[in-house]
Design a protein around this ligand. Structure first.
Ligand SMILES: Nc1nc2c(c(=O)[nH]1)N[C@H]1C(S)=C(S)[C@@H](COP(=O)(O)OP(=O)(O)OC[C@H]3O[C@@H](n4cnc5c(N)ncnc54)[C@H](O)[C@@H]3O)O[C@H]1N2
Ligand code: MOO
Ligand SMILES: [Mg+2]
Length: 414
């Protein structure tokens, strides 16, 4: 008799999954290898930025009070007593109408408190004149105006993106403490599966899920072990899953999780004594997505249908791996967008539709069945339509989850 499974809401399923995450250890990597890793220490400013008062322009450093009263009819003259570029420090201490010719990034000389841009002067040999008064600190980048010494600028748990790399470099982090990567395995199950280099033969298809998931992991900067293909045979599949689970923190299988005669993952979980968190989610595609935990290891049983498999990774695997790495922002970023075409199908379950989002409008990325592959290739986002609804019209505001965006969201907003 066919097993009847009880679907649970997507948000509950996501919560159940991340609740099982155990924190991985940390390691130190060279700054050049830190991109896309999860920061495992706060970035604390070891010095102010900028570290000294400096000129933001190419021009002349002056004492502002000596410019008072300057006008078109009363040009005020300053003598040039020194000349410095960025990297040099002037030995001069200004007094009266003295000035230093100074380039962008150079520290202000002693007593100077304003900078006149070249464009604001008329220059002659050894002096220049100006036609407007300057205020104290006019055209000065003050020490610490960007970051104060001792400030925690970025908290632990953030993803290291290029801006964070710049900040790390600013403070001299030649090495950075980051979360270790989880060891993730991928096993594609299905007697029908061929390797990508094999020619098609009747009844068979090429394995697209395995390479797709490896790329989804690569997008997160996470390497993987691939366990290749396994035929739908309980004993054989059990042996591979058992070994793979021992060798990894997280094993992702695809296929074999539904109620078919050759869907063996449910039996494998049982034989392993795994704790099945759920085996039915109120979502389409991916309703049969199953997640289990055995000996502290995640076993993600993603559906074999490519669109369901893709969605299952983004919704469940991604936040779980991020949580293991101590990340703060676990979820795909969410936005609202305007539906660009009618969507008349009923949504008994929450529906995730591969879609193209252009910053304002969103529309389904073509053929949108669970077994579709082209719409995964064309989409850059997922439209989310709540369960129990139907009849969305062009012009309606809908929820959208963005794919492939560096910075995630700290909240599950759906
Ligand atoms: N009687 C029922 N039948 C089905 C149900 C159900 O509730 N009752 N659920 C359907 C839903 S929904 C889905 S989704 C699929 C899920 O099936 P499985 O996860 O067990 O996956 P398979 O049966 O192994 O494969 C499904 C489909 O995907 C193709 N596939 C598998 N692996 C790959 C791969 N690595 N690369 C590309 N394509 C792959 C496979 O050939 C099948 O066409 O079950 C429904 N049935
Ligand atoms: O699990 Mo299936 O993908 O809902 O269509
Ligand atoms: Mg099946």
């Amino acid at each position: 008799m066919v097993e009847h499974r009880k679907p649970i809401p997507v948000s509950e399923a996501v919560q159940k999954v991340i609740d099982q995450a155990h924190l991985l250890e940390t390691e130190t990597v060279p700054l050049e290898q830190s991109y896309n890793r999860i920061l495992a220490e706060p970035i604390v400013a070891g010095h102010p930025v900028p570290p000294f008062d400096r000129s933001p322009y190419d021009g002349f450093a002056i004492i502002s009070k000596h410019s008072s009263g300057a006008s078109g009819d009363n040009r005020i003259r300053f003598d040039i007593v020194d000349h410095i570029g960025a990297g040099a420090v002037s030995e001069k201490t200004l007094s009266g109408n003295q000035s230093v010719r100074i380039m962008t990034g150079a520290p202000l000389p002693e007593n100077a408190d304003a900078v006149v841009m070249f464009e604001q002067t008329v220059e002659s040999d050894g002096f220049f004149t100006i036609r407007k008064p300057f205020k104290p600190l006019e055209n000065v980048s003050l020490q610490g105006e960007d970051v104060e010494q001792g400030e925690t600028v970025i908290e632990s748990g953030n993803l290291i993106h290029p801006g964070i790399v710049a900040l790390l470099a600013t403070f001299g982090y030649a090495t950075v403490r980051v979360a270790k990567h989880p060891v993730v395995g991928i096993l594609s199950t299905g007697t029908e599966l061929l390797d990508v280099s094999e020619p098609l033969v009747p009844g068979k298809i090429r394995n697209s899920n395995g390479p797709m998931i490896a790329a989804q992991l690569a997008r997160m900067g996470i390497p993987c072990k691939t366990y290749g293909l396994s035929v739908d045979n309980l004993d054989e599949s059990f042996d591979i899953v058992k070994r793979a689970a021992e060798e990894t923190d997280c094993l992702i299988t695809t296929g074999g999780v539904s109620v078919g005669d050759f869907d063996f993952l449910p039996a494998i979980y049982e034989r392993l004594g795994a704790n099945v968190l759920f085996n039915k989610v109120a979502m389409r595609p991916g309703s049969v997505t199953t997640v289990a935990v055995a000996d502290g290891k995640y076993l993600f049983g993603l559906s074999g249908n490519p669109s369901a498999c893709f969605t299952g990774f983004e919704l469940f695997v991604r936040p779980a791996l991020l949580k293991m790495m101590g990340a703060e922002k676990l979820y795909l970023p969410h936005t609202k967008a305007i539906l660009f075409e009618d969507f008349d199908k009923a949504n008994p379950f929450t529906r995730f539709i591969r879609a193209v989002y252009d910053g304002h409008n969103v529309k389904p990325a073509g053929f949108n069945k669970s077994n579709a592959v082209a719409s995964i290739a064309k989409g850059n986002s997922l439209i989310v339509l709540p369960g129990g609804t139907r009849g969305f019209k062009k012009g309606d505001a809908v929820d959208v989850l963005l794919l492939g965006v560096e910075e995630g969201s700290a909240e599950w907003e759906l």
